[in-house]
Design a protein around this ligand. Structure first.
Ligand SMILES: Cc1cc2nc3c(=O)[nH]c(=O)nc-3n(C[C@H](O)[C@H](O)[C@H](O)COP(=O)(O)OP(=O)(O)OC[C@H]3O[C@@H](n4cnc5c(N)ncnc54)[C@H](O)[C@@H]3O)c2cc1C
Length: 483
């Protein structure tokens, strides 16, 4: 394993792998991104929705303004008939949902990864791996040729739902297919839809239309009454028929450049780490496209893992810090599985009791503000909090919003350095090379230690006489050296 002591191989150059590799390289970790496809970001990619918490993470990497300007902003999200959530009051700089094809996000992340020094190995397919005590050896096939080996100190499988890395470490992917025979097409429309997103469910049919921005639209449709295997041939007439059933018209769809039939699974790996191998994104969890959560959840996995792995490899944290990755992200993956599956079941409700449950939930959310805020927090990602050690301050584990800092800066600009930030009341000081210090722009008296991924690590309502000391920080913060 000589020469691999500090290196990481990230498998898969989807959004999860690109963000993670960029973060590791930006932190000075030598990283290779291994991808089985040739170098080409496909414009047939899948996700269309970028949520507020993802935009905040992109902001912490200096990418959000450019990405936000490229898409179309929506301040309302219709989940199903009778349930629309208002995002305009979201406590975020990004109080909207961004409609933008996944390949635009991938392009920006790829550029950042290249600039940060990630080494790319395309047409390299991982076929197996062996773990040793101080590293991992991957078996790869380059350009379809002979099997070769690549070694690194850690390997991250961001290789999608059929993850070869997950299989190689023997992790199962339990779950089931939730919806079969979903149809996808990229088409031109003779009639322009009134709204940016067009979506509806009627009877057995569901349809969704979103613009690519290049004259084409993505259509997703599902007709429960026509449940056929993925291998069944598909033509535009079938897609138009679903649109007419769900939306009342087919907008004159024509010139399909791509069509596909797929099924949607709900699955989650029981663990996100086996020794020196970690899983992130679709390799760790998949769910229905409802609520547009897949890419967003994968990007949050990467944002959680990147700084931890870099800290371990840069000698600033013990390996124990990596345990917090699964402890924090597995419950989030589970919650997303539940909510996106629940949305599909409610949207497609047909039986009297499911219709009654949907009506009850809609009325409840309309009436009860905290429940509505919770649902919005979960869908947009800003409401997730991570487990905090017993006796911690109430803020520990929560997402820190983009607060204004003294001197005209703001937190997510400051987080671009990839370091912990200690925000202090004006006039207070703290000396350490490991922590960057800023002061509230307001007269707030709290002292707050913010992790590189924008979550609170420690807080105190008042700074004790003598100022904040390193010994104030929790000892059990998995060995992270903040001194
Ligand atoms: C119809 C549809 C609509 C969706 N809409 C949304 C949405 O609106 N919002 C949202 O957030 N999500 C959405 N998703 C989900 C989203 O597209 C995925 O969650 C996202 O692409 C996952 O990213 P990833 O990087 O984890 O994996 P992937 O994007 O799957 O990338 C994995 C990469 O690994 C590579 N790879 C695989 N195996 C190997 C191997 N053995 N060796 C080397 N490389 C390998 C693959 O070629 C690929 O490039 C949607 C999905 C679908 C199907």
């Amino acid at each position: 394993m000589n020469g691999t002591a500090q290196t990481v191989i990230v498998v898969g150059s989807g959004p999860t792998g690109l963000l993670l590799a960029g973060d590791l390289a930006a932190a000075g970790v030598p990283v290779t991104l291994v991808e089985k496809r040739p170098h080409k970001i496909s414009n047939l990619s899948r996700a269309f929705v970028v949520h507020a918490r993802t935009l905040e993470q992109l902001d912490a990497r200096g990418l959000a303004d450019e990405i936000d300007a490229r898409g179309q902003k929506l301040d309302r999200l219709r989940l199903f008939e009778g349930l629309t959530i208002d995002l305009s009051a979201l406590p975020s700089r990004f109080n909207h949902l961004l409609v933008l094809p996944q390949f635009e996000v991938e392009k920006a992340l790829e550029r950042r990864a290249i600039d940060a020094g990630v080494s790319f190995s395309y047409e390299t397919e991982v076929t197996g791996l062996i773990q040793g005590t101080d590293g991992v050896t991957l078996q790869v096939r380059r350009g379809g040729g002979e099997s070769q080996e690549m070694s690194a100190a850690y390997v991250v499988g961001a290789d999608g739902m059929r993850s070869a890395v997950r299989e190689a470490v023997g992790l199962p992917f339990p779950g089931r297919s939730v919806i079969r025979s979903v149809v996808l097409a990229d088409v031109r429309l003779a009639e322009t839809p009134e709204n940016v997103l067009t979506v509806n469910t009627a009877g057995d049919a569901f349809a969704f239309i979103a613009p690519f921005g290049d004259g084409y639209y993505r259509v997703i449709g599902w007709n429960r009454a026509h449940d056929v295997p993925d291998s069944e041939p598909l033509d535009l007439d079938e897609i138009k028929e679903i649109a007419r059933l769900a939306l009342g018209r087919d907008f004159g769809m024509h010139d399909a450049r791509w069509m596909s039939r797929f099924h949607s699974d709900e699955r989650q790996a029981p663990h996100y780490r086996v020794g020196r191998v970690l899983l992130a994104g679709d390799a760790a969890h998949v769910h229905t496209p409802a609520g547009g959560q897949g890419m967003n959840t994968g990007l949050q996995d990467a944002a959680n893992l990147g700084w931890k792995l870099a800290a371990v490899l840069n000698g600033r944290a013990s390996e124990g810090l990596l345990e917090t990755y699964e402890a924090e992200r597995h419950p989030v993956g589970k919650a997303v599985l539940r909510s996106s599956g629940g949305l599909v079941r409610l949207a497609m409700a047909k039986r009297p009791w499911t219709l009654a449950a949907r009506a009850g939930l809609t009325a409840f959310l309309a009436r009860v503000r905290p429940a509505r805020d919770r649902a919005v927090g979960q869908i947009t990602g800003i409401g997730f909090r991570y487990p905090a050690p017993k006796g911690s301050h109430r803020l520990v584990g929560t997402r820190v919003p983009d607060v204004a800092l003294d001197g005209g800066s703001r937190l997510y600009e400051a987080l671009r350095a990839g370091e912990f930030m200690l925000i202090l009341p004006q006039g207070d000081t703290y000396k350490s090379d490991a922590v960057r210090v800023a002061h509230w722009a307001s007269g707030r008296r709290t002292a707050l230690l913010v992790r590189p991924d924008g979550y609170a690590a420690w807080a105190a309502d008042e700074v004790a006489e003598g100022g904040v000391k390193s010994t104030d920080f929790p000892r059990d913060f998995a060995g992270y050296s903040l001194r």
